[in-house]
Write a protein that binds this ligand. Sequence first.
Ligand code: MTE
Ligand code: MO
Length: 472
Amino acid sequence: RSDLPTYNMDEVQDHCNIEKRIWVTYGIGVYDITDFIAKHPGGDNIMLGAGSAIDPFWAIYQQHNNKEILTLLEFYRIGNLSPDDTISTDDMGSPWANEPKRHPVLRPASTRPFNGEPPLKLLVQNFITPNEFFYVRNHLPVPFIEVNKYELEIAIETTKSGTKEQIKTLTLQDIKGLPKYTVTAAIMCGGNRRSEMTKVKSVKGLSWNAGAVGNATWSGARLRDLLLEMGVKPNENLHVVLEGADLDPTSHPYGASIPLSKALDERGDVILAYEMNGKTLSRDHGYPLRCIVPGNVGARNVKWLTRIAVSEAESNSHWQQSDYKGFSPSTDWDTVDFTKSPAIQAMPVTSAICSPSEGEVLKIPADGYLTIHGYAWSGGGRRIVRVDLTADQGKTWHVAKIQQEDQPDGRHYGWSLWTGRIKMETTSTGEVEIWAKAVDSAYNVQPETFENIWNLRGVLANAYHRIKIKII
Ligand code: MTE
Ligand code: MO
């Protein structure tokens, strides 16, 4: 690219707003990205790099480091950076130096940050997912927290409705001193099953299979107890903002919020958890303390919790405001307006076939029955009441047998495992398609296809689960 002009860093820095156009550098390249800004899947975050080097951002947001994106960037190339001004990425220190070890069964959807899910067959072998096999979804490097220095700040912000400002700081010991409460809850990423939706038309996001979910018992203090003790009164207009210790390159923490009504609801079962399945939380799952918001999308279950605030506004984090929201199938990156959709909270009903696997080749046993295993779950505490299976495109449906906890509806936060048996023609061989759909206690049922629920971020991907197997 020696045919292009050379610029120095001062010239680049001068191009840091839309009027003057927006330039950035990456390595020795200078790029004018003005026309790309509106299309950036990460939203406004891109402006953090305006007029400067984006290398340090990409060192953290490593999803950028792929051929597709580098090619896209090259399209905006306008010149080369003067050799005196090139910065070395070696100097930055690695934020990844402290990553914990992961069990090799977790198939990485990305390695930096680490995101991984277990094979589906393994996932449904246990009603309670073993900690090591529980999917991991990190947006940033895992923070290193020294537990004897750990503090949680709880702030009640001043509000129009008269709430008085209050700040309280708690150690882990303080939190463990509160009544301990245990809840079984499945956590599911908003992007679970995205890889199926993306087959309709490509979406932006990690290509999760159906394993970005796990079911665990979580123990800790109830957020409700803490807030009531601080005198917080029910108020439909307030939110509880949750912040993690994991920081982005501009030192903003991962954050999310939930409605105060969910936090105060006795049946909401929101807890500040320090144990997962009776063991100390692991670093990947939020050590020493994370919020568990049963029934809500994974993204609100903030890990490495450092601050909780009762506030008039939702979290201003990127992940609350400009991500984890649903849109119409006709909304694209040119027309999307993230202020127009509410943040996902309670998740819709879904299910997945976990055994046999997609593409598996198998023989029908002598009794003629094909046995199928999977999971089903619905948000908002809605219990799964039925799972239907078909091996003939819906001409005949078979009701699966469900295994679940005996919890009241509205407070049924764990998942359900199910087993179905379908009588097959023993003489029939060749490709067979199996579909599963679950029904929850409000008689919500999964949509038939992904076409009509497609959305540009690939979230809420809950259409019928369909797999093809081959019978020999
Ligand atoms: N909390 C912090 N601090 N940082 C994160 O990146 N990821 C969220 C949520 N809490 C995240 C977080 C998302 S999107 C999901 S799906 C869940 O954590 C995943 O929890 P797990 O990794 O324990 O499975
Ligand atoms: Mo997620």
